[in-house]
Design a binder for this molecule. Structure first.
Ligand code: HEC
Length: 102
């Protein structure tokens, strides 16, 4: 009983920490063009999370240039980033936390 409580606390704080780090990647690299739930220069994260998988999000961030056609865009104006695997993981998870949030 006490152990499961401890485990779920540890799990929650791991989730929280991850969200905070993903948020940092967002604020550093994406914030000028994307907003979590509102349309900015680019589509909102809530919309992206509703239609893409984690792998699709990662692939787009790695190379918008080679993905934009498959995603239905006529051209891409998004910056090409050089993020680490960890940053990519964090930002994709962060975007997916907005699934279903309008
Ligand atoms: C210079 C502005 C700009 C920046 C900076 C930017 N984006 Fe974008 N993003 C766009 C625009 C505009 C689109 C729409 C298609 C295009 O132009 O590539 C887009 C599209 C996307 C898509 C695909 C949307 C779909 O249809 O599913 C994803 C995923 C994405 N951005 C993630 C990110 C992430 C993550 C970052 C930060 C690491 C980021 N973007 C930074 C402008 C930007």
């Amino acid at each position: 009983m006490r152990l499961s409580l401890l485990l779920s606390l540890a799990f929650c704080s791991a989730l929280l920490a991850q969200e905070v780090d993903g948020k940092k990647v967002f604020e550093t690299h994406c914030w000028g063009c994307h907003h979590q739930t509102a349309v900015a220069f680019g589509p909102p994260f809530s919309e992206i999370a509703d239609k893409r998988t984690k792998d699709e999000i990662k692939a787009y961030v790695i190379s918008p240039e080679s993905m934009y056609k498959a995603f239905g865009y006529k051209r891409t104006v998004m910056t090409q980033f050089d993020l680490s695997d960890n940053e990519l993981d964090l930002i994709s998870d962060y975007i997916l936390t907005y699934k279903g949030k309008k």
